[in-house]
Design a protein around this ligand. Structure first.
Ligand SMILES: Cc1ncc(C[n+]2csc(CCOP(=O)(O)OP(=O)(O)O)c2C)c(N)n1
Ligand code: SF4
Ligand SMILES: [Mg+2]
Length: 287
C-alpha cells in the first residue's frame, strides 16, 4: 500500500485525525477522488487529487462527481468525502442523508474528533456528555456538555445503505479491512473513525493510540459494521470491558466529571454493549 497523504502536514503533534487520513487513503488506493469540507488538519489530509468544498454541499459534491464519472463510463474510482464530525453530524448532515437515501455510489469517511477543532474546540453534536469545550465550559453551575453524543452510525444504518461501520486509529488493521470490504460494494458507504485530538481532549500527545484503544476496550467506542441496514457484526470483542474510568481519567476535558456521573456513564456503556453483543449473536441489528 502506498502512502498517499502528505502527513503530518499542518496537524499538531499526536493528531489522531491525520493518522485516520493516512490509514484511510492508503487503503482506498490511488484510484480515488477526495472531496473535503473545511476541517482541522485539512492540509495534512491532502491527497494528490484533492478537492475543496462547502460544508452543506458535501453530499451533493460527491453525488455530482460520481454521476459525472459514470456518464463518462468510468466506474472504478472511489469517490470519497473525508469530513470532520462537524461536517458530518451537523452542518453537512442534510446533504449526506439525501445522498444516502438515493444510495449514491460514494464514501463518507469521518475523522471524528468530537468537536469543531479547526475553529477553536466548539462543541458539535458528536461531543460526548460532560466534555468541556470552548462553548460548553466548566462553570460553577453547569459543567461541560449537558447532552450526549449523537449516534450517527445508527442514524445512517436506518437509511438501509450497503455499509456503515465504526473504526479507530488505535486498530489500523480493522480500519483498513473495512475500507477494503467497502471497495467491493456499490452504493453508499460510511466509516466513522474515532480520532483523538490531544489539543481539544487535553491529554499528552504521546498517548493518542492509548486513548483510542481505551475507547474501544471500555466499550465507549465499539467497533462494528452494519450491512444493508440490518446485518450486524462486532469486529472487536474483548472478553470483558475495561472500566470507563480508564478512558475518562487521562483526558482533562473530563476532569470535572464526578464519580456519580462516571457511574452513570458506566451503566449506559454496559447496557449499550450488552445490546450490541446480542445483535452480534443474532447477526441482526437490534435497535
Ligand atoms: C457553513 C459554515 N459554517 C461554519 C464554518 C466555519 N468552520 C470552518 S471549519 C469548522 C469546524 C469543522 O469542524 P469539524 O467538521 O468537526 O472538523 P475539525 O475542525 O474538528 O477537524 C467550522 C465551524 C464554515 N466554514 N462554514
Ligand atoms: S487540533 Fe486536534 S484534530 Fe486539529 S490538528 Fe491539532 S490534534 Fe489534530
Ligand atoms: Mg471535529
Amino acid at each position: 500500500m502506498d502512502e498517499l497523504t502528505i502527513t503530518p502536514g499542518s496537524a499538531c503533534q499526536g493528531c489522531g485525525a491525520a493518522l485516520a487520513a493516512r490509514l484511510a487513503f492508503k487503503a482506498l488506493g490511488p484510484n480515488t477522488i477526495r472531496h473535503g469540507v473545511p476541517c482541522c488538519p485539512d492540509s495534512a489530509t491532502m491527497t494528490p487529487r484533492g478537492g475543496g468544498g462547502v460544508f452543506e454541499g458535501g453530499g451533493a459534491a460527491l453525488t455530482g462527481t460520481w454521476r459525472a464519472l459514470k456518464a463518462k463510463g468510468i466506474t472504478d474510482v472511489q469517490v470519497v468525502g473525508f469530513f470532520g464530525d462537524g461536517g458530518t453530524y451537523d452542518i453537512g448532515l442534510q446533504g449526506i442523508s439525501a445522498a444516502a437515501e438515493r444510495n449514491e455510489n460514494i464514501w463518507v469517511i469521518t475523522k471524528d474528533n468530537e468537536a469543531y477543532m479547526n475553529t477553536g474546540n466548539q462543541r458539535s453534536s458528536s461531543t460526548p456528555l460532560y466534555a468541556m469545550t470552548s462553548t460548553t465550559p466548566v462553570g460553577s453551575v453547569i459543567k461541560g456538555k449537558q447532552t450526549g453524543k449523537k449516534n450517527i452510525p445508527m442514524i445512517f444504518a436506518a437509511h438501509h445503505v450497503p455499509f456503515v461501520a465504526t473504526a479507530s486509529v488505535g486498530y489500523p488493521e480493522d480500519l483498513i479491512a473495512k475500507i477494503e470490504y467497502g471497495k467491493t460494494l456499490t452504493g453508499f458507504k460510511m466509516l466513522i473513525i474515532q480520532s483523538p485530538c490531544p489539543v481539544g481532549w487535553r491529554y499528552d500527545p504521546a498517548k493518542t493510540i492509548e486513548v483510542a484503544r481505551s475507547a474501544v476496550q471500555t466499550g465507549i467506542w465499539p467497533l462494528y459494521e452494519i450491512t444493508d441496514g440490518e446485518k450486524f457484526k462486532l469486529t472487536y470483542k474483548p472478553r470483558e470491558l475495561k472500566p470507563v474510568t480508564e478512558y475518562y481519567k487521562p483526558q482533562a476535558r473530563f476532569r470535572h466529571v464526578t464519580d456519580e456521573q462516571l457511574a452513570g456513564i458506566q451503566e449506559d456503556t454496559t447496557k449499550n454493549w450488552e445490546k450490541l453483543l446480542k445483535s452480534d449473536e443474532l447477526g441482526q441489528l437490534l435497535i
